[in-house]
Design a protein around this ligand. Structure first.
Ligand SMILES: [Zn+2]
Length: 281
């Protein structure tokens, strides 16, 4: 019964419609609620010259999910991430070397898995998720951190952050993220290992190119199991741009210069990343 249950689960790439098209009913048939056929993820606008590599910038949180909230100013993470993402988009368009798209351009909610699926759907070459951190009262934590995917968290704090960020998918106890079958997971793992290495490479490049523009924490590269980074086919990083709970960080993130510096740092790393890929061909 378990086997037949698994066989009826959609494989990656199989559409919900295809999964529904093979009705194998038996006395033991189970009803599994699926998304209604025809549910199509939003296709974002793509900016920049055709033929260039495509960078997708993901503004964390949105809609009913505000993310972290600054205790002093009440500023919400979802607004900070969107403003930073828009600054990065403008900077990458100005550079003219890449194409760029945002997973969201307004205040809307997206399930975590949908964010990388949107990027996958438009064949993105690089995925950058933007977030802002928060710390417990009394903490002096400040500065930016780059996270990449790992099954094993680099430390307890990284693990707790991933749990916090992954919680966006759980509403009223219902997990909105899609589950994958065991076989599909193994196949995905193989592809994912390769992009995990490329992601770590990009994290180091970003630290090098953005030093002086973005204040990084001493342990600037950390790893944990972020759902939003589980795209098997493109390098993916999550950038926590600073702490909303730290006055200096909050001021920097609210200022035009602060946002511009993040955008410039990312643009430099992005240009070198793709120049290297071109040279390696
Ligand atoms: Zn966040």
């Amino acid at each position: 019964m378990l086997a037949s249950f698994l066989l009826q689960m959609p494989l990656p790439g199989a559409t919900d419609a295809a999964a529904l098209a093979s009705p194998r009913r038996s006395r033991y048939s189970l009803t599994i609620p699926l998304d209604p056929p025809g549910t199509i993820l939003p296709k974002p606008r793509i900016f920049g010259p055709a033929g260039r590599p495509l960078v997708v910038i993901d503004a964390g949180h949105g809609g009913h999910d505000p993310g972290a909230v600054s205790p002093d100013t009440g500023r919400r993470e979802k607004d900070v991430t969107l403003a930073v993402a828009q600054a990065i988009k403008a900077e990458l368009i100005r550079s003219g070397r890449v194409r760029v798209a945002l997973t969201r351009e307004d205040d809307r909610f997206l399930v975590l898995g949908e964010r990388s699926e949107i990027a996958h759907g438009i064949k993105a070459d690089l995925f950058i998720s933007i977030h802002a951190d928060s710390a417990l009262p009394g903490s002096t934590a400040n500065g930016a951190t780059i996270y990449t995917l790992s099954e094993v968290a680099s430390d307890r704090e990284a693990q707790l952050l991933a749990q916090r960020e992954n919680r966006a998918d759980i509403i009223n106890g219902v997990n909105l993220g899609r589950q994958r079958t065991e076989v599909a997971t193994i196949l995905l793992d193989l592809a994912q290992r390769e992009s995990m290495d490329a992601s770590a490479g990009f994290a180091n490049l970003l630290k090098r190119e953005a030093t002086g523009l973005i204040p990084f924490r001493p342990d600037y590269h950390r790893m944990a199991g972020f759902v939003v980074l589980k795209a098997p086919d493109m390098p993916s990083i999550l950038l926590e741009v600073g702490y909303l709970t730290n006055a200096d960080d909050a001021e920097r993130l609210a200022s035009e210069a602060g946002k511009q510096n993040i955008a410039r740092g990312i643009r430099r790393a992005v240009e070198i990343h793709f120049a290297r890929k071109l040279a390696a061909r």
